[in-house]
Design a binder for this molecule. Structure first.
Ligand code: 6YU
Length: 498
């Protein structure tokens, strides 16, 4: 019986859970998830800071509207605030760049009038939009988004800011450096010089004003898991190697070898491990090794680090309506997004903070954002060292020498051995073809062996929603559907034996 097919899913993040959900709902009875850690959710991870719920991983539903399956599920399970459900909220189209109310501070300890730097933010927003338009056009003017932005900023500021006071002009250029750091966090990259210009428009946004889960993003995973049989996941069971095309055994099954030595046979394996893990382990995770075109795409695609530093205060030092705090270093008019001495100056990469809202729910909690190698260095420091650095930073920018956070908590996604970073991006030299190669099942097209032995899901395999939860969820469903339609097209009742 097709529905007796044995299917092993490697990884219990949202893509693995979505694949299992789809298969089990379609009547497949032998679905098993092997998860390396002791929990479900992967990069969806809700934690606590004092009494507050905070998101260590995924934060927002990006584009909460009808087309977004995460929004639809969250609505169905009753996990969202009423405001997020309104049609006005769903119809706002901001192209992935929220228009938050900013407070702007500078490194000499002053609060700026945001109007002073708004022309810089406008130029930057225009350049991001223009940068998305080179897709599928041969001959983009620069290899990376960073180079494009720097060159255009030079041109446009020379033309448009000729008569602007030099001090104001300098501050605006520092604001552009800060915007580049914001974009490093959005893209999960070390520098915008690493993000390919030609493929920048490959990522697609959905309409809807980004919203959060009041009870935590993990609530979504829990709801989905509650609809699956209790024993579907085996936790603390990292997979060491997937043996496919095992001609020696002369069987069509795939052998999944766990790190504890256990081996299990399956008709199909859906691999959902993060791209960061694949980059590190792909040479040992598959036997025989992956085809070269797939290996090259794994190496070519980008997977960087974005971390959060939550900081709680007794009293706010920002305005009541403030949604984001930007920290501008006044020595960064050279338009840069990397620090020269990572060990000494890593904190300069932190672009600022988003404010957790509503205040009645969270109190006075900020979320600092830091990407890149500076973020990876931050992970090596003790929590106290991070807290000290953030305290000094805030004292310097506010000019208030006594501000002291009540609590600090940071994420460490790069050192997580099962993730090795935060999420994927299209690095310089990448194209849509790399994402196609990522999702291609094994054995590859044209092979005479048993088809669909190994399938690939996970955020890094989505052609336009990579780096997101909805993208990941859709890939899990896609691979489940691939199996379901394979069986319905071969024979509705039989597992094909060839
Ligand atoms: C979103 C958001 N968000 C912030 C931060 C992070 C991420 N994302 P999983 O890793 O979940 O599961 C794999 C499992 O496999 C895992 O459990 C492992 O333990 C297991 N595993 C590994 N090896 C194994 C082995 N050997 N054996 C067995 N098991 C093994 N997404 O929608 N909104 O706000 C954010 C954010 C700090 C780290 C995010 C966000 C990304 C999502 O979290 C992520 O895509 C999915 O959860 C991944 O699910 P999965 O199942 O694939 O893997 C122009 C342009 C710009 C392009 N980007 C713009 C979009 C911006 C994305 N924004 C993100 C921002 C934040 C803030």
């Amino acid at each position: 019986m097709a529905k007796n097919a044995k299917i092993v899913i490697v990884g219990c993040g949202i893509s693995g859970v979505a694949a299992a959900h789809r298969l089990i709902k379609a009547g497949y009875q032998h679905v098993r998830i092997l998860e390396a850690t002791g929990r479900a959710g992967g990069r969806i991870k809700t934690g606590r800071l004092g009494d507050n719920v905070v998101e260590i991983g995924a934060n927002w539903i990006h584009g909460p509207s009808e087309e977004n399956p995460v929004f639809c599920l969250a609505r169905q399970y009753g996990l969202l605030d009423p405001e997020a459900l309104t049609s006005e909220n769903q119809s706002v189209d901001i192209g992935g760049h929220p228009l938050w109310v900013p407070n702007v501070f500078v490194s000499s300890g002053r609060k700026l009038n945001p109007e002073d730097v708004s022309p810089a933010l406008e130029i930057f927003a225009d350049l991001l939009n223009e940068g998305s338009e080179f897709q599928n056009q041969k001959g983009e003017p620069f290899a990376s988004v960073g180079e494009f932005i720097r060159s255009e900023v030079k041109k446009r500021t020379a033309e448009n800011w000729k008569d602007v006071d030099p001090a104001v002009r300098s501050l605006r250029l520092c604001a552009i450096s800060n915007m580049l750091k914001v974009e490093c966090c959005v893209n999960g990259t070390h520098s915008m010089d690493d993000v390919g210009l030609g493929a920048f428009g490959q990522y697609k946004t959905l309409p809807g004003l980004d919203c959060t889960f009041p009870g935590g993003f993990e609530g979504l995973v829990k709801k989905l898991m509650s609809e699956l049989p209790d024993d579907v996941v085996t936790y603390n069971r990292p997979v060491r190697c997937v043996h496919w095309n095992d001609t020696e055994r002369g069987e069509n099954q795939v052998a999944v070898e766990c790190r504890d030595g256990e081996k299990m046979l399956a008709d199909h394996v859906i691999v959902t491990v993060p791209l960061g893990y694949l980059k590190k382990e792909c040479s040992s995770l598959f036997q025989p090794p992956l085809p070269l075109h797939k290996l090259h795409s794994i190496q070519r695609l980008g997977f960087g680090t974005n971390n959060k530093i939550f900081v709680e205060f007794d009293e706010p030092w920002w305005d009541a309506d403030c949604e984001v705090i930007y920290l501008l270093w006044e020595d960064e008019e050279a338009v840069m997004d990397q620090v020269s001495d990572v060990q000494k100056s890593w904190i300069k990469k932190l672009f600022g903070f988003t404010v957790l809202k509503p205040t009645e729910r969270y109190g006075h909690v900020l979320c600092g954002w830091i990407a890149g190698h500076e973020s990876e260095h931050m992970e090596t420091l003790s929590e106290q060292e991070v807290a000290d650095a953030v305290t000094q930073l805030i004292r310097r920018f506010t000019g208030n020498p006594v501000i002291t956070p009540r609590r600090v908590l940071r994420s460490q996604w790069f050192s997580d051995p099962w993730t090795c970073g935060s999420y994927s991006y299209l690095r310089k030299g990448c194209s849509e073809q790399d994402l196609d190669n990522m999702m291609e099942p094994l054995p590859p097209r044209g092979s005479k062996s048993q088809p669909l032995q190994v399938l690939f899901a996970g955020e890094a395999t989505h052609p336009c929603f990579f780096s997101t939860v909805h993208g990941a969820l859709l890939t899990g469903r896609r691979e489940a559907d691939r199996l379901i339609s394979h069986y319905s097209s071969t024979s509705p009742l039989e597992v094909p034996k060839s």
